[in-house]
Design a protein around this ligand. Structure first.
Ligand SMILES: NC(=O)c1ccc[n+]([C@@H]2O[C@H](COP(=O)([O-])OP(=O)(O)OC[C@H]3O[C@@H](n4cnc5c(N)ncnc54)[C@H](OP(=O)(O)O)[C@@H]3O)[C@@H](O)[C@H]2O)c1
Length: 285
Protein backbone atom coordinates (compact mmCIF):
# COMPACT_ATOMS: atom_id res chain seq x y z
CA UNK A 1 0.00 0.00 0.00
CA UNK A 2 1.31 3.40 -1.01
CA UNK A 3 0.23 6.48 0.96
CA UNK A 4 0.62 10.11 -0.03
CA UNK A 5 0.67 12.29 3.11
CA UNK A 6 0.34 16.03 2.51
CA UNK A 7 1.21 18.67 5.10
CA UNK A 8 4.02 16.36 6.21
CA UNK A 9 5.93 19.09 8.05
CA UNK A 10 2.92 20.18 10.12
CA UNK A 11 2.12 19.20 13.69
CA UNK A 12 -0.03 16.20 12.71
CA UNK A 13 1.81 15.44 9.47
CA UNK A 14 5.15 14.80 11.18
CA UNK A 15 3.71 12.30 13.68
CA UNK A 16 1.61 10.64 11.00
CA UNK A 17 4.56 10.21 8.61
CA UNK A 18 6.71 8.67 11.34
CA UNK A 19 4.02 6.09 12.22
CA UNK A 20 2.96 5.45 8.62
CA UNK A 21 6.50 4.60 7.49
CA UNK A 22 6.45 1.55 9.79
CA UNK A 23 3.49 0.08 7.86
CA UNK A 24 3.23 1.69 4.41
CA UNK A 25 5.28 2.95 1.54
CA UNK A 26 4.98 6.68 2.15
CA UNK A 27 5.26 9.64 -0.18
CA UNK A 28 5.33 12.76 1.93
CA UNK A 29 5.05 16.37 0.83
CA UNK A 30 4.52 19.79 2.31
CA UNK A 31 4.50 23.23 0.68
CA UNK A 32 6.83 22.18 -2.14
CA UNK A 33 3.93 20.16 -3.59
CA UNK A 34 1.21 22.80 -3.53
CA UNK A 35 -2.15 21.06 -3.01
CA UNK A 36 -3.96 24.10 -4.41
CA UNK A 37 -2.32 23.68 -7.81
CA UNK A 38 -4.06 21.35 -10.26
CA UNK A 39 -1.03 20.55 -12.38
CA UNK A 40 1.24 19.85 -9.39
CA UNK A 41 -1.30 17.51 -7.80
CA UNK A 42 -2.04 15.66 -11.04
CA UNK A 43 1.68 15.17 -11.76
CA UNK A 44 2.41 13.95 -8.22
CA UNK A 45 -0.34 11.33 -8.45
CA UNK A 46 0.70 10.24 -11.96
CA UNK A 47 4.35 9.84 -10.95
CA UNK A 48 3.91 8.16 -7.57
CA UNK A 49 0.62 6.28 -8.01
CA UNK A 50 -0.47 6.33 -4.33
CA UNK A 51 -3.30 4.02 -3.23
CA UNK A 52 -4.67 6.58 -0.76
CA UNK A 53 -4.07 10.23 0.09
CA UNK A 54 -4.13 11.54 3.66
CA UNK A 55 -4.50 15.31 3.59
CA UNK A 56 -2.96 17.05 6.61
CA UNK A 57 -2.14 20.25 4.70
CA UNK A 58 -4.23 23.17 5.89
CA UNK A 59 -4.28 26.80 6.85
CA UNK A 60 -4.64 26.57 10.64
CA UNK A 61 -4.17 30.20 11.77
CA UNK A 62 -7.76 30.49 13.04
CA UNK A 63 -7.56 34.17 14.02
CA UNK A 64 -5.60 35.28 10.94
CA UNK A 65 -8.17 33.52 8.75
CA UNK A 66 -10.59 36.36 9.56
CA UNK A 67 -8.35 38.79 7.68
CA UNK A 68 -6.55 36.48 5.22
CA UNK A 69 -9.51 35.01 3.34
CA UNK A 70 -7.47 34.02 0.28
CA UNK A 71 -4.94 31.77 2.05
CA UNK A 72 -7.73 30.30 4.15
CA UNK A 73 -9.90 29.54 1.11
CA UNK A 74 -7.05 28.21 -1.02
CA UNK A 75 -5.80 25.71 1.53
CA UNK A 76 -8.96 24.73 3.36
CA UNK A 77 -11.52 24.76 0.53
CA UNK A 78 -9.79 24.55 -2.86
CA UNK A 79 -7.02 22.17 -1.72
CA UNK A 80 -9.30 19.28 -0.64
CA UNK A 81 -11.36 19.70 -3.81
CA UNK A 82 -8.32 19.48 -6.09
CA UNK A 83 -6.96 16.46 -4.22
CA UNK A 84 -10.41 14.84 -4.39
CA UNK A 85 -10.81 15.46 -8.12
CA UNK A 86 -7.45 14.07 -9.14
CA UNK A 87 -7.80 11.14 -6.76
CA UNK A 88 -11.23 10.36 -8.28
CA UNK A 89 -9.75 10.37 -11.80
CA UNK A 90 -7.39 7.58 -10.77
CA UNK A 91 -9.97 5.77 -8.60
CA UNK A 92 -8.28 6.37 -5.25
CA UNK A 93 -9.63 7.75 -1.98
CA UNK A 94 -8.82 10.76 0.18
CA UNK A 95 -8.69 10.77 3.97
CA UNK A 96 -9.09 14.43 4.84
CA UNK A 97 -8.59 16.00 8.27
CA UNK A 98 -11.21 18.53 9.30
CA UNK A 99 -12.38 20.29 12.42
CA UNK A 100 -15.11 20.66 15.05
CA UNK A 101 -15.19 24.33 13.96
CA UNK A 102 -17.50 23.37 11.06
CA UNK A 103 -20.20 23.18 13.79
CA UNK A 104 -21.69 26.03 15.78
CA UNK A 105 -20.78 24.48 19.10
CA UNK A 106 -23.93 25.20 21.07
CA UNK A 107 -25.23 21.66 21.65
CA UNK A 108 -25.11 20.30 25.21
CA UNK A 109 -24.35 16.69 24.15
CA UNK A 110 -21.36 15.23 22.27
CA UNK A 111 -21.89 16.14 18.61
CA UNK A 112 -22.37 13.34 16.10
CA UNK A 113 -21.20 13.44 12.48
CA UNK A 114 -24.70 14.39 11.29
CA UNK A 115 -24.91 17.55 13.45
CA UNK A 116 -25.88 20.54 11.28
CA UNK A 117 -22.98 22.32 9.57
CA UNK A 118 -22.96 25.89 10.91
CA UNK A 119 -19.47 27.39 11.29
CA UNK A 120 -19.09 30.59 13.31
CA UNK A 121 -15.69 31.74 12.04
CA UNK A 122 -13.88 32.10 8.69
CA UNK A 123 -11.62 29.07 9.24
CA UNK A 124 -14.64 26.89 10.05
CA UNK A 125 -16.49 28.16 6.96
CA UNK A 126 -13.57 27.38 4.65
CA UNK A 127 -13.11 23.91 6.20
CA UNK A 128 -16.87 23.22 5.90
CA UNK A 129 -16.82 24.15 2.21
CA UNK A 130 -13.71 22.02 1.72
CA UNK A 131 -15.51 19.02 3.26
CA UNK A 132 -18.55 19.51 1.01
CA UNK A 133 -16.51 19.94 -2.17
CA UNK A 134 -14.34 16.91 -1.47
CA UNK A 135 -17.47 14.81 -0.85
CA UNK A 136 -19.05 16.09 -4.07
CA UNK A 137 -16.09 15.23 -6.31
CA UNK A 138 -14.96 11.90 -4.83
CA UNK A 139 -17.24 9.24 -3.30
CA UNK A 140 -14.15 7.66 -1.71
CA UNK A 141 -13.67 10.22 1.04
CA UNK A 142 -13.13 9.88 4.77
CA UNK A 143 -13.52 13.27 6.42
CA UNK A 144 -12.09 13.00 9.93
CA UNK A 145 -13.06 15.86 12.25
CA UNK A 146 -10.76 16.47 15.16
CA UNK A 147 -10.26 19.19 17.78
CA UNK A 148 -7.86 20.74 20.30
CA UNK A 149 -4.77 19.06 18.81
CA UNK A 150 -1.39 19.01 20.51
CA UNK A 151 1.82 17.18 19.70
CA UNK A 152 5.62 17.33 19.67
CA UNK A 153 5.87 19.58 16.63
CA UNK A 154 4.66 23.10 15.96
CA UNK A 155 2.76 25.53 18.16
CA UNK A 156 0.03 24.15 20.37
CA UNK A 157 -1.79 24.67 23.67
CA UNK A 158 0.27 22.24 25.77
CA UNK A 159 3.58 23.74 24.69
CA UNK A 160 2.25 27.30 25.10
CA UNK A 161 0.99 26.53 28.62
CA UNK A 162 4.27 24.91 29.70
CA UNK A 163 6.17 27.96 28.43
CA UNK A 164 3.87 30.36 30.28
CA UNK A 165 3.99 28.26 33.45
CA UNK A 166 7.79 28.49 33.39
CA UNK A 167 7.91 32.24 32.88
CA UNK A 168 4.80 33.81 34.49
CA UNK A 169 3.71 34.22 38.10
CA UNK A 170 0.08 33.42 37.22
CA UNK A 171 -1.98 32.83 34.09
CA UNK A 172 -5.63 33.19 33.07
CA UNK A 173 -7.30 30.58 30.89
CA UNK A 174 -10.77 30.43 29.33
CA UNK A 175 -13.10 28.23 31.37
CA UNK A 176 -16.38 28.40 29.42
CA UNK A 177 -15.33 26.62 26.20
CA UNK A 178 -15.62 22.84 26.42
CA UNK A 179 -14.09 20.22 24.15
CA UNK A 180 -11.86 17.16 23.74
CA UNK A 181 -8.05 17.53 23.88
CA UNK A 182 -6.46 15.29 21.23
CA UNK A 183 -2.88 14.01 20.92
CA UNK A 184 -1.68 14.01 17.32
CA UNK A 185 -0.30 10.48 17.77
CA UNK A 186 -3.74 9.08 18.71
CA UNK A 187 -5.28 10.79 15.70
CA UNK A 188 -2.47 9.51 13.46
CA UNK A 189 -3.19 5.92 14.62
CA UNK A 190 -6.85 6.36 13.75
CA UNK A 191 -6.07 7.78 10.29
CA UNK A 192 -3.84 4.78 9.57
CA UNK A 193 -6.58 2.37 10.66
CA UNK A 194 -8.80 3.92 8.00
CA UNK A 195 -5.98 3.78 5.43
CA UNK A 196 -5.32 0.10 6.17
CA UNK A 197 -8.91 -0.97 5.36
CA UNK A 198 -10.69 1.92 3.65
CA UNK A 199 -14.42 1.10 3.83
CA UNK A 200 -17.65 2.92 4.63
CA UNK A 201 -16.68 6.39 3.35
CA UNK A 202 -18.16 9.44 5.03
CA UNK A 203 -17.60 11.77 7.95
CA UNK A 204 -15.96 10.56 11.18
CA UNK A 205 -15.20 12.25 14.48
CA UNK A 206 -11.88 11.51 16.16
CA UNK A 207 -10.69 13.23 19.35
CA UNK A 208 -9.50 12.23 22.79
CA UNK A 209 -12.17 10.82 25.15
CA UNK A 210 -13.61 13.02 27.89
CA UNK A 211 -14.88 16.59 27.99
CA UNK A 212 -13.01 19.44 29.63
CA UNK A 213 -12.47 23.21 29.46
CA UNK A 214 -9.27 24.98 28.42
CA UNK A 215 -8.91 26.01 32.07
CA UNK A 216 -9.20 22.43 33.37
CA UNK A 217 -6.88 21.29 30.57
CA UNK A 218 -4.27 23.84 31.70
CA UNK A 219 -4.61 22.69 35.33
CA UNK A 220 -4.07 19.06 34.30
CA UNK A 221 -1.02 20.08 32.23
CA UNK A 222 0.47 21.79 35.28
CA UNK A 223 -0.40 18.88 37.61
CA UNK A 224 1.17 16.26 35.35
CA UNK A 225 4.17 18.44 34.46
CA UNK A 226 4.93 18.93 38.18
CA UNK A 227 4.64 15.17 38.80
CA UNK A 228 6.95 14.44 35.87
CA UNK A 229 9.40 17.21 36.85
CA UNK A 230 8.83 19.16 33.65
CA UNK A 231 7.98 22.15 35.88
CA UNK A 232 9.69 23.21 39.08
CA UNK A 233 6.98 25.31 40.72
CA UNK A 234 3.21 25.69 40.77
CA UNK A 235 1.52 28.93 39.73
CA UNK A 236 -2.14 30.04 40.05
CA UNK A 237 -4.27 29.33 36.95
CA UNK A 238 -7.25 31.66 36.98
CA UNK A 239 -10.50 30.95 35.09
CA UNK A 240 -11.77 33.65 32.73
CA UNK A 241 -14.74 33.81 30.37
CA UNK A 242 -14.52 33.85 26.57
CA UNK A 243 -15.70 37.46 26.61
CA UNK A 244 -12.61 38.43 28.64
CA UNK A 245 -10.27 36.74 26.12
CA UNK A 246 -10.04 38.96 23.06
CA UNK A 247 -9.48 37.08 19.83
CA UNK A 248 -10.24 37.88 16.19
CA UNK A 249 -12.21 34.68 15.56
CA UNK A 250 -15.22 33.51 17.54
CA UNK A 251 -14.82 30.01 18.97
CA UNK A 252 -17.52 27.46 19.74
CA UNK A 253 -18.52 27.17 23.39
CA UNK A 254 -19.16 23.44 22.95
CA UNK A 255 -16.80 21.32 20.86
CA UNK A 256 -17.17 17.83 22.28
CA UNK A 257 -17.52 15.19 19.55
CA UNK A 258 -19.16 11.75 19.69
CA UNK A 259 -16.72 9.03 18.56
CA UNK A 260 -19.10 6.05 18.39
CA UNK A 261 -18.94 5.82 14.58
CA UNK A 262 -15.14 5.62 14.22
CA UNK A 263 -14.92 3.19 17.15
CA UNK A 264 -17.53 0.85 15.63
CA UNK A 265 -16.50 1.05 11.95
CA UNK A 266 -12.72 1.09 12.34
CA UNK A 267 -12.16 -0.35 15.79
CA UNK A 268 -10.32 2.81 16.77
CA UNK A 269 -9.10 3.02 20.33
CA UNK A 270 -9.98 6.42 21.82
CA UNK A 271 -7.95 6.94 25.02
CA UNK A 272 -9.00 9.26 27.83
CA UNK A 273 -7.42 12.67 27.16
CA UNK A 274 -5.62 12.66 30.53
CA UNK A 275 -3.94 9.30 29.71
CA UNK A 276 -2.73 10.56 26.33
CA UNK A 277 -1.43 13.76 27.90
CA UNK A 278 0.51 11.64 30.38
CA UNK A 279 2.08 9.52 27.60
CA UNK A 280 2.92 12.64 25.63
CA UNK A 281 4.64 14.22 28.64
CA UNK A 282 6.61 11.05 29.38
CA UNK A 283 8.05 11.23 25.87
CA UNK A 284 8.54 15.00 26.06
CA UNK A 285 10.79 14.58 29.15
N1 LIG B 1 -4.26 22.32 15.31
C1 LIG B 1 -5.47 22.08 15.81
O1 LIG B 1 -5.74 22.30 17.00
C2 LIG B 1 -6.53 21.49 14.92
C3 LIG B 1 -7.84 21.34 15.43
C4 LIG B 1 -8.82 20.77 14.62
C5 LIG B 1 -8.50 20.37 13.33
N2 LIG B 1 -7.24 20.53 12.85
C6 LIG B 1 -6.95 20.09 11.49
O2 LIG B 1 -5.92 19.11 11.56
C7 LIG B 1 -5.12 19.16 10.37
C8 LIG B 1 -3.65 19.23 10.76
O3 LIG B 1 -3.46 20.39 11.55
P1 LIG B 1 -2.00 20.83 12.02
O4 LIG B 1 -2.18 21.59 13.28
O5 LIG B 1 -1.07 19.67 11.97
O6 LIG B 1 -1.62 21.86 10.86
P2 LIG B 1 -0.22 22.58 10.57
O7 LIG B 1 0.74 22.28 11.64
O8 LIG B 1 -0.56 24.01 10.28
O9 LIG B 1 0.26 21.84 9.25
C9 LIG B 1 -0.21 22.14 7.97
C10 LIG B 1 0.95 21.98 7.01
O10 LIG B 1 0.51 22.28 5.67
C11 LIG B 1 1.54 23.07 5.06
N3 LIG B 1 1.07 23.81 3.89
C12 LIG B 1 0.80 25.15 3.81
N4 LIG B 1 0.44 25.49 2.55
C13 LIG B 1 0.52 24.34 1.81
C14 LIG B 1 0.26 24.07 0.43
N5 LIG B 1 -0.14 25.01 -0.43
N6 LIG B 1 0.42 22.79 -0.01
C15 LIG B 1 0.82 21.81 0.87
N7 LIG B 1 1.07 22.02 2.18
C16 LIG B 1 0.91 23.28 2.64
C17 LIG B 1 1.96 23.98 6.19
O11 LIG B 1 3.16 24.66 5.92
P3 LIG B 1 3.43 26.09 6.68
O12 LIG B 1 3.30 25.81 8.14
O13 LIG B 1 4.81 26.43 6.24
O14 LIG B 1 2.38 27.02 6.18
C18 LIG B 1 2.10 22.97 7.31
O15 LIG B 1 3.35 22.31 7.30
C19 LIG B 1 -5.63 20.35 9.57
O16 LIG B 1 -6.54 19.89 8.59
C20 LIG B 1 -6.39 21.19 10.59
O17 LIG B 1 -7.42 21.95 10.00
C21 LIG B 1 -6.25 21.09 13.62
Amino acid sequence: MKLWITGSKGMLGQDLCALAKQRFEVFESDKEIDITDDFTVSMFIAQNKPDTIINCAAYTAVDNAETEPEFNYELNTKGPKILGEWAAKTGIGVIHVSTDYVLNGTAPNPLREDAPIDPINAYGKAKAEGEALLASVNPNHWIVRTAWLYGFHGKNFVKAMLNLMRTREQISVVSDQLGNPTWTRDLAEALLKIAEKPKMPGVYNCTGEGITSWHEFAKEIQKQALEKKLLEREIPILPISSSEWKSAAKRPIWSALDKTKIKENFNVNVPAWQDSLSKYMELEK
